[in-house]
Design a protein around this ligand. Structure first.
Ligand SMILES: C[S@@+](CC[C@H](N)C(=O)[O-])C[C@H]1O[C@@H](n2cnc3c(N)ncnc32)[C@H](O)[C@@H]1O
Length: 191
């Protein structure tokens, strides 16, 4: 077999694998009733570093950390790795992403608790820090929930989409996309 034929076979196989994986995401999105734009936009490495810097500055000792809408678990796992004394939880309504997250946490040796849940129905009373990176319509509903259910003193970190009715105590640009400074901008709130 010559070299060009080999390259074509490899490229073709990779394309089939990519289409297969994307189909799983689409089917999962349909089953889980997730809009297509929600499917997969994990926080970038730079945003995660910004979030960790913000957390470090809080100088908290014992922390229950919730990632509401944890997707494939990268942020939650990374937080647990950097703050091993935190109890870290990730919630997402996609069963497929929760399975992936649990597998990753196992492989990475990070003890993170991932649950398949609608984040609007998660019991948040135990959380000390809540992280959100979800669409503004969901942020709006979450903010109402936080107003009613979160304990006083809870910190909230929102990426890109701020809480419409709360004033941030800190804002930090990540500048993943230079022409759009609001993208992955980090907002810190305290109830
Ligand atoms: C932009 S991703 C955030 C990923 C992760 N938090 C990070 O920063 O890397 C948003 C995630 O929120 C989830 N999501 C959106 N609305 C949800 C809801 N009502 N209940 C549960 N998960 C939801 C989506 O499935 C998606 O995985």
């Amino acid at each position: 077999m010559n070299f060009i034929a080999l390259v074509i076979i490899i490229a073709f196989s990779l394309a089939i694998i990519a289409v297969f994986l994307y189909s799983i995401f689409l089917i999962d999105a349909i089953i889980s009733n997730i809009r297509v734009e929600y499917i997969d936009v994990p926080s970038s490495k730079r945003a995660i570093e910004n979030i960790k810097k913000t957390i470090r500055e809080l100088e908290l000792k014992k922390v229950v950390f919730y990632d509401l809408g944890s997707s494939r678990g990268s942020l939650a796992i990374s937080i647990k790795k950097s703050f091993p004394h935190f109890d870290v939880y990730g919630f997402d309504r996609s069963g497929f992403k929760i399975i992936l997250s649990r597998a990753k946490a196992f492989l990475w040796g990070a003890k993170v608790n991932f649950f398949r849940r609608d984040i609007l129905k998660v019991d948040i009373r135990e959380a000390d820090i809540i992280y959100t990176y979800v669409w503004p319509t969901t942020v709006e509903k979450l903010q109402e929930k936080f107003d009613k259910e979160a304990k006083n003193g809870t910190f909230f970190i929102a990426s890109t989409f701020p809480f419409p009715n709360w004033r941030a105590i800190l804002e930090r640009e990540t500048l993943t996309i230079k022409r759009d400074p609001s993208f992955e901008k980090i907002f810190l709130y305290r109830k």
